[in-house]
Ligand binder design. Sequence first.
Ligand SMILES: *Cc1c(COP(=O)(O)O)cnc(C)c1O
Length: 389
Amino acid sequence: MSTSKILNNLKTATKFIHAGAEPDPSTGAIMTPIYQTSTYVQSAPGQHKGYEYARSQNPTRFALESALATIENGKYGLAFASGVAATDAVIKLLNPGDEVIAANDMYGGTYRLFTKIFEKFGIRFHYVDTTNVDNIHKALNEKTKLIWIETPTNPLMNISDIAAIADLSKKAGTILCVDNTFASPYLQNPLDLGADIVMHSSTKYLGGHSDVIQGALILNDTELRDKLYFIQKSSGAVPGPFDCFLVLRGIKTLHVRMKAHCENGAAVAHFLRNHSKVDKVYWCGFEDHPNHDIAKKQMRGFGGMISFTLKDSSIEAATKVLSGTKIFSLAESLGGVESLINHPASMTHASIPREERLKYGLTDGLIRLSVGIEDADDLVNDLSQALES
Ligand SMILES: *Cc1c(COP(=O)(O)O)cnc(C)c1O
């Protein structure tokens, strides 16, 4: 019996720590070694140990891919050189003329990949508000091959009902892919809710220490896995063994970090909401969040991602806060142990045209926080002094 089968019956903490960890067959090393090699010696032509060339096979990557499958309750994991490389592989399943229904509020780089790279190959993307399943229903037609959602969304923390969309997708015969980067497998498992593919930017919570760029796909269907593996090796966006080692190590503490992210996220969200200079706070843990019920149903916690606007909606006012924090660092990315503050309109989402993002509420003054796992009091005090400045 493989370890992943044993692990499936265990609780989260045990699963995350032991996922992918088989003692190294040559030495018994408890941590999977970094197999820094490009090729493998064959004893005679075609006679090898299952490893021919490292773009196709690498033991460190395989250990990580097995861990990814375990933590998302999937059968197969595939690791990519970045989150967008994982997304790129999914779109390469399609043919010219195929159509995709995608969320209108999602990571800017996903939108850029769809519009600037894939549209010219004849794939059509329809962007709809996926928080309302009816919008997806209306956009479906016989050419729809893929539904792409993100929940919670980056940066407006909108929640889509994964089970309801999976149901619709199954009936329509399309593939549902969920970008689960913001929730992480600790808070949400889309495959359990009926999704076909889970995508992660492992750069964020899975790695967790702001020291690696990487992506992942996790799924159950063998035929789909074989197609994606073929794309992975043919297009070549594989992660290096050292980066695989880092993510493998990050996964071991994911549950501990996520608990702390959730606690600190709640503290910061409530502080902001009660602050006189703050207008709206976007965090799916608030009971009056428009999709709070669905969040409660499909997530085990609400995470540490928060966006907010100021009553003074000018860019100048936002800039003062963005430049005024001392513990929150002004930077793109999220999901690391350290807190970050970000201005989506000029940073992570600058690739979305202004009139497009204004349509769905991504305003110029929006500020996004990735709440880290420092002491919550220090984080609140830091935001407090930045807001007073
Ligand atoms: C960062 C991010 C991506 C892209 O991942 P990279 O690792 O930067 O390529 C995709 N989706 C979401 C939600 C992200 O935050």
